[in-house]
Design a protein. Sequence first.
Length: 636
Amino acid sequence: MLRILKIFPVGRSSSVDILFSTLARSQIEDLRNLLRNNWDEIGVKYDHNLKTMILSLPMWPVRISSLDQVSKPALKPVSCGYILPKEVDLYKLKNNTTYLAYSDDLDERILADLNVPHRDVFSYIFEDVEFPKKYDDQYMMFLKSILKYDKDTPYRRIIHGLKGRRCFPTDTRKTLKKISDLYHNSTIFYTVFADSDVFLHPDLNEYSAELSAIGYKNRINQETFNKCAEKIEEYQNQRNPPTDLRYRGFVLVNCLYNNFQYIKLDSVERIPFVPVAKSLDDPYKMYYKPPRDLNCFKEIILPKYKEIAWSQKSLVAEDIIPPPFVLSKYPSLGKPDVFTVVKHLRFLHDTLLNDDMWKNDWGDTFKHNVYEVYKWLDEECSNEDINLGQYIAQNEPLFLNFHKNSNPFDPENWCSANDLVLNSEPGERKYVSPSLSKFSNMLKCANVREIKPPNVEIHVRLHNQFNFTNSMFEFLLNQDQATFLHDVVFNVSGEIIRTNRYMLAATSNFFREKFMSRDFAVSSPVNPVTIVIEDVNPNSVRVLLRYLYGQSIEYAIQGLNGIDINPSLEMIIYEDLLKLANSYELDHLKDLMELKLSRLVSISNVGFMRQLAINLNANQLEKYCQQFIIDYKDLM
């Protein structure tokens, strides 16, 4: 056959074509096999004319796609073809470029000896291939081959070249889309985009990591979370949103909690996607259930209406309360703003207060809800600079103050900020009941007035009773044993209290001088000194004596046997001790009683306290009462 071919002049391609047209395909294949088997002996590399002739022989098979339904590929001259790596599958071409098939190393060596050019894979893909407009199996084979080929290269030129093309099939096999529009078929993405054709064909999942570099959404991050939230918002704005929209919102919020360390909520606060549910009919009478607390609103879910709402705009459903580790980073998550809470409080007062069903069946729950609102507001007001006066008018009765009775539905138990004064006493006008006063932060932020101690300081002179006790022993040692110092009897409103003149003399200059005077020198144990005291409670004298013996006033009061100590009795004892301190020139005790009595001054007793201070020359207490009257004159 080679001898026959050599009779045809080089360049006479038409003659070669005529000859090969008369040959059967099997004969041409035999010729090619003959060349393959004797390639080294033929010496084509060194015979230019023979090489040129072989290049023109239409005997080399061209490449076809692995899915082409062709039993035998066409045969063409080697001179018209290119070599393409076997790993890259062939697809439809938009030009007449020919790619030659090769099956083994010998084929590669023959084509190399014939100087057949290699086609750059990048150029093949973006210059020769005609990308389809819709999915087909052959294209999938081609796409997988080029992705696999590029995966093993260091620069990933091919993958980056595909970035802006609509060339990636979805899992429905109907459309081709940009990779930046597609998502991995994971639980979160599949739930949010369940009825959307936005999932990459699963056959390409093995290239997720490489494709993510050009926009493929294969994992939750800031961008993909925002996209999911925006999709929920888009569904909500539809005339007929998906029936499982609430569930999709739950899944998204759960995803947020599991990935909160990677997500900044600032960019999605405006997006309503946290699920809540409510009725369109009469939610507050028929379906509305009160909140257990303000981070957990319970509502009956009706299938005919569902709504998704961002937690900053609404109150969060019970089953998606943020876990503590999320709230530690985002304390505002799941928490309504102050305006929303005040609006809810206003609803409780304006609507439920007059609702017969609530009055009959939900009294305790109603009161509990009100206090939960107060608790939330009180905590907010303790941590932030909040002025509730911006949301609650001074004359708006939104504060449940049990001063008439214990009925939360009695309008007279609801007061405005103008009707309340913190630290006022029971029975006084504008008294705040204990159940409400514990929310003092809230009340202060709502501009409720507060009775505070006047800016008057009462000084208590230094006093060390231990020094007096020591001086007693020194005094006794230095005295003549003939000195008549004997027992003393206090007659207090007819009740006898005995004491020791030595102790009194040692601890009080007043008593020392009294007992050393001529009038008391003739007294004896048989005829003890008797001191009559009127208008003083006997227990007050007992406290005085304990104080002179070295005990503190508090300890002395507690040491009274069989006495029920209550605020009223303490008040009486303090008044008596002030009288006794004034009578017996006990300056430190007098200062101390002025201080203790000042702490008991209220709107209802300030007049009495002032007169007491005047009568006993308690100047510091008098000054305190005068300032108190000036500060709260309008409340008296």
